[in-house]
Design a protein around this ligand. Structure first.
Ligand code: GDG
Length: 481
């Protein structure tokens, strides 16, 4: 075991750096988010390095240290942003991996830039990783990096984690570059997925399209054992609980309730403005609820928070148009002067404000067509300290595995979803409490800190080289569950 940590002992590679430019002045700020806060304690302790793109507006940058973490920027040209990021990552892989709920585009001109950018990330990691260091590669943008890095640096241990779903054989088979992607991922020692299904799909695909053989969680890659299994990601539970206990946040949630009308049932949706999130189907179900006349604008309201996302990709412009037309349609038909059925906020809210909305909401609507996990569902549950409130959850989210006491919906079934939302609105308090108590227990037990500890422990286990030992789950800062 190494006692003194040297820089590059632990390297994280992600499409984006965990920092952004501060609004005032040119300094850096740490970006909020579960992944960053989960990895920060071990990164700081191990003199960690984070490799990522700093964002489209940034020219070439030198490496810099920010809040104890060494950031290594990778620059992308405008063409690479178009072809590697908006193209192959977000117009080929993203829709394909989400059940092809939009048609994936197989554009041959995007493959070479995807390979080239993955190679650049791998080269930077090969330079930054300490001898026998550990490298954690994040997500679908960088699936070739593990294989490339293994060629360059066979001494390092490589983990890969996919944040989005991994599709079934019949869908993945469409991908013209399927074998290259599988081989790229197999360069890792540990390959993590959000669900057991994702891991099983991967092992089946490896058996079908590569020369390697796997069974259960293990794959034999030329005598090297690769572990492919589920590591469901989660949230910083205590942080959400603390925010939900903050008197200012509670006061703000009461103000929201008063603004919307004390006597009305408040439904809430919070999503990146993405076609996978099923926002349009959710609005159609809400339309049906008002149309059937059992609820009116006087007793029911929906707040839909939609955070702008990937606005230069056509499908995102189209889904935004569809959503905005539907909101106008519902408000035009069922609203009255002084009250509308849907409040639509197309912006990102500060986390305190977001939690105030969670506290104000009687019914939370999480209805994606497909989602790797869905952290919004877990955050709503964590914030409900009095055990009331109803989570309506799509059965096609990764969260549905753990949050099985939520009220499940099929987002493709608009009438069914409308009927289930009506039942959620009418759910007696005692049943709300029974369900929410069990949901909260689940989220409290498995936080993002448990996720980070499990994944890094798998990476350091059974290895031939001397390694740094990562702290066990219980000693990770912030995990007080
Ligand atoms: C990908 C996968 C997987 C949202 N609006 C605001 C805001 N948010 C925060 C939420 C939550 C996060 O963004 C969204 O996470 P999700 O998991 O719901 O969805 P994706 O962005 O699609 O994330 C997903 C995740 O990666 C992790 O592996 O679960 O399946 O698609 O934390 O709170 N935060 C603030 N203001 C907002 O208006 N501050």
């Amino acid at each position: 075991m190494l006692v003194s940590h040297e820089r590059g002992d632990l390297v994280v590679i992600a499409n984006r750096l965990p920092v952004h430019r501060a609004a005032a002045g040119g300094g850096w700020e740490t970006s909020p988010g579960g992944l960053v806060s989960a990895l920060m304690p071990i990164l700081r302790e191990h003199k960690g390095v984070w490799i990522g793109w700093a964002g489209s507006a940034e020219p070439s940058l030198n490496s810099f240290e920010h809040e104890g973490l060494f950031n290594v920027p990778v620059s992308l040209s405008e063409e690479e942003v178009r072809d590697y990021y908006e193209g192959f990552s977000n117009s080929t892989l993203w829709p394909l991996y989400h059940d092809a709920c939009q048609t994936p585009q197989y554009n041959r001109a995007w493959w070479a830039p995807y390979v080239a950018v993955n190679h650049r990330f791998a080269e930077v990691a090969a330079r930054e990783a300490a001898p026998h260091g550990h490298v954690l590669v994040q997500d679908y943008h960088l699936q070739l990096v593990p294989g490339m890095l293994r060629e360059m640096r066979p001494d390092v241990r490589i983990g890969f984690f996919l944040h989005i779903p991994f599709p079934p054989v019949e869908l993945f088979a469409q991908l013209p570059w399927r074998q290259r992607i599988l081989e790229g991922m197999l360069g890792a020692d540990v390959i993590g997925f959000q669900t057991r299904h994702g891991a099983q799909n991967f092992v089946r695909l490896v058996n079908r399209y590569t020369i390697h053989r796997g069974s259960g969680h293990a794959i034999n890659v030329n005598g090297r054992r690769v572990l492919a299994r589920d590591y469901p990601i989660s949230i910083d539970y205590q942080r959400i609980v603390s925010l939900a206990s903050d008197p200012a946040v509670i006061a703000r949630s009461q103000e929201i309730r008063a603004d919307l009308g004390e006597h009305r049932t408040i439904m809430l949706g919070v999503d990146r403005l993405d076609y996978t999130k099923g926002i349009d189907q959710r609005l159609r179900a809400v339309y049906e609820i008002f149309k059937n006349g059992r609820h009116t604008v006087d007793d029911l309201v929906l707040v839909q928070v939609s955070v702008p996302s990937r606005e230069s990709v056509d499908e995102y412009i189209e889904v935004r148009d569809r959503i905005e037309k539907l909101v106008g349609h519902i408000n035009g038909e069922f609203g009255k002067v002084g009250a509308v059925p849907v409040h639509y906020l197309r912006r990102s809210l500060p986390i305190e404000e977001l939690v105030a909305y969670y506290l104000a909401a009687d019914v939370m609507l999480v209805t994606p067509f497909r989602d790797g996990m869905n952290l919004v569902a877990k955050e709503y549950v964590a914030s409900r300290r009095d055990d009331t409130g109803v989570l309506v959850l799509s059965e096609f989210t990764g969260s549905a595995v753990e949050l099985d006491r939520a009220v499940m919906v099929n987002p493709h079934d608009i009438d069914g979803m409308a009927a289930i939302i009506e039942r959620a609105i009418a759910m007696p308090r005692a049943e709300q409490v029974r369900r929410m108590r069990s949901l909260r227990q689940r989220v409290r037990k498995r936080t993002v800190f448990t996720w980070a500890a499990d994944f890094t422990q798998a990476l350091t286990a059974d290895q031939p080289q001397p390694v740094t030992s990562f702290p066990p789950a219980t000693t990770l800062a912030g995990d007080r569950s």
